[in-house]
Design a protein around this ligand. Structure first.
Ligand SMILES: Cc1cc2nc3c(=O)[nH]c(=O)nc-3n(C[C@H](O)[C@H](O)[C@H](O)COP(=O)(O)OP(=O)(O)OC[C@H]3O[C@@H](n4cnc5c(N)ncnc54)[C@H](O)[C@@H]3O)c2cc1C
Length: 534
């Protein structure tokens, strides 16, 4: 389809939610235009699962944001990668597929109505997924194949045994209604290649002939007429263009969607005025309520070979490359997260409150311009990491400039609450407990980070303030809610008081889900389509 002409729906952003939405709308007969700031995902390191490390800092596929210096992180300005490519962040992420805990969706239901509660989420996930683990609650035959290797490194076994030894039960399915326990993650990988939203949804959507896609098309601002949004202005091949549609849907993600609203005059009035942007509607919640999981790794030198030994030498990489090309398997066909799961830092907690990650390699020695996953440390090392599930600290996205090419300000304010600090302190102690348990302990040579000298509560807190950071799950910045107070969109994803405009991506989450956010972002695309088609 040509991008000229009028459309039923304009979708801004071909990320996790935008691709799902495009697929469902096109199958229902709608004429859809998709504008994506990034380019093609037909790139080796997007297709190769462990290419993750190469995409992490690559401006060709990544917005490469930098957050403001954060007092909660001892003043660090945290690096925030976000996908800028077909598939959005699902094309550069670590591919872990976790739907999250039913109670988190019950919280969505309380905030936005039963259409967003657990029953609705479960029904949608069952249609989205083509999963392997058996169980009545899982989806079979859906458009999203989940076929990652279940055990991708032999050191997973002693890790799981050590978790069990310290009382963290083993589980064979981290996508039950109430996931708890440690196991291996399901991955958005199929046939040894990354299964991004572009691959699973956008390409089939394009095949319907009802979707027009323009890549490297940066939407600059929305077009209005008599209080209604009627399309957008975008930059493409060095010139500004206009596109019109009966409805416009922002699916630019939790950083860009609020920025685009603010650039178009929808946001906190005083902030817009300070930037010289004419206020069309004063919406205080735009950019507010920024929620993200914070995480960090502990790293050990091992007595036995880890993935470092396999991937570090050139010939190791060559062998792994040949294996991946021939079979889609081996270290390059897996996520960086070889195992993990959910646990409670203390048994009195109502729900699991920490996510654990096991990575059978280490990257203590950083290299400029890349996260050196493919060239890890020159000794046998590995890391166990964790991230909080329901942090209470929130930040905001603010407009730094009226220039749409300029990045917005990311003010995270991590670990601003005592509850978040206490919880993380309790959590990091579990990492040493696990590493000190049989049979894992016998394989450990020494703790490298933070190192045994970091032992007091005070030092442990200082260490995680210094070394932790985003686990790339920002959300909530165009929060969905039933009332106008404290939210940006209603349960139908319409922006309060603005005609012709909806938001459909991770920015609408009423609260963070305990788990990684690709699944709930795709869910928002799926359920958002229901709202638009009803
Ligand atoms: C490094 C990294 C690792 C991660 N690991 C995992 C993981 O293992 N498992 C998991 O579940 N989640 C993971 N996540 C998070 C998950 O991928 C995201 O939460 C999810 O993809 C967000 O979906 P979205 O639809 O909200 O936005 P995105 O997928 O980010 O899509 C937004 C799209 O909109 C485009 N866009 C933005 N502004 C404009 C504009 N003005 N004009 C045109 N286009 C625009 C962007 O280029 C992008 O393609 C990770 C994320 C990152 C960055």
């Amino acid at each position: 389809l040509q991008v000229d002409g009028d459309f039923d729906v304009l979708i801004v952003g071909a990320g996790s939610a935008g691709c799902v939405l495009a697929w469902r709308l096109a199958r229902a007969g709608r004429r859809v235009a998709v504008l994506e700031a990034g380019g093609t995902d037909r790139r080796l390191f997007v297709q190769m699962p462990l290419g993750y490390g190469k995409l992490y800092h690559d401006p060709a596929v990544n917005w490469c944001y930098r957050a403001e210096p954060d007092p909660g992180l001892d003043g660090a300005a945290d690096y925030w990668p976000r996908g800028r490519v077909l598939g959005g962040s699902s094309a550069i992420n670590a591919m872990v597929w976790c739907r999250g805990h039913r109670a988190d969706y019950d919280d969505w239901g309380a905030a936005a109505g039963p259409g967003w509660g657990w029953e609705a989420a479960l029904a949608a996930y069952q249609q989205i997924e083509d999963a392997e683990p058996p169980g009545a609650h899982r989806g079979r035959g859906g458009p999203l194949r989940l076929r990652g290797p279940r055990v991708s490194h032999p050191l997973v076994h002693p890790f799981l045994a050590a978790c069990e030894a310290v009382g963290l039960p083993r589980t064979g399915d981290l996508n039950t209604a109430e996931p708890e326990g440690i196991g291996t993650f399901e991955l958005t990988v199929a046939g040894g290649r990354r299964n991004s939203a572009a691959r699973a949804f956008l390409r089939p959507a394009l095949a319907t002939g009802r979707v027009a896609l323009r890549t490297k098309a940066l939407v600059l601002r929305l077009l209005h007429e008599e209080g209604r949004v009627i399309g957008a202005v975008y930059q493409w091949q060095g010139a500004a263009h206009q596109i019109r549609a009966a409805e416009t849907v922002l699916a630019g993600g939790a950083i860009n969607s609020p920025q685009l609203l603010m650039l178009s005059g929808f946001g906190p009035g005083a902030m817009l005025q300070a930037q010289g942007v004419p206020v069309r509607r004063d919406l205080g919640a735009v950019g507010a309520n920024l929620s993200d999981h914070q995480g960090l790794n502990y790293t050990w030198r091992m007595r036995v070979p880890t993935m470092n030994d396999r991937l570090r030498p050139w010939w190791g990489k060559a062998l792994a490359g040949a294996q991946w090309l021939a079979t889609g398997g081996g270290p390059l066909g897996a996520s960086i997260n070889h195992g993990g799961g959910f646990f409670r830092t203390d048994p009195g907690r109502a729900r699991p409150n920490m996510q654990l990650y096991f990575q059978a390699f280490s990257t203590l020695i950083p290299r400029d311009g890349e996260r050196p996953v493919l060239t890890p440390d020159p000794f046998p090392g590995l890391s166990i990491g964790l991230s909080n599930c329901r942090p209470t600290s929130t930040g905001r996205i603010a407009l730094a400039s009226p220039d749409p090419m300029a990045a917005p300000r990311i003010e995270m304010r991590a670990f601003a609450t005592e509850a978040d600090v206490d919880e993380m302190l309790a959590a990091v102690k579990w990492l040493r407990r696990i590493a000190g348990a049989a049979p894992f302990a016998a394989l450990v040579a020494e703790e490298l980070r933070p190192g045994p000298a970091v032992a007091s509560d005070e030092d442990l807190i200082l260490d995680f303030r210094r070394r932790s950071g985003t686990v790339y799950h920002p959300s909530g910045t165009c929060r969905m809610g039933r009332g106008h107070e404290g939210s940006v969109v209603g349960p139908d994803l319409r922006v309060h008081g603005v005609g012709g405009l909806r938001v459909c991506d991770a920015s609408v989450f009423p609260n963070l889900i305990a788990g990684n956010t690709n699944a709930p972002a795709m869910l928002v695309g799926w359920l958002g389509a229901d709202r638009m088609l009803s």
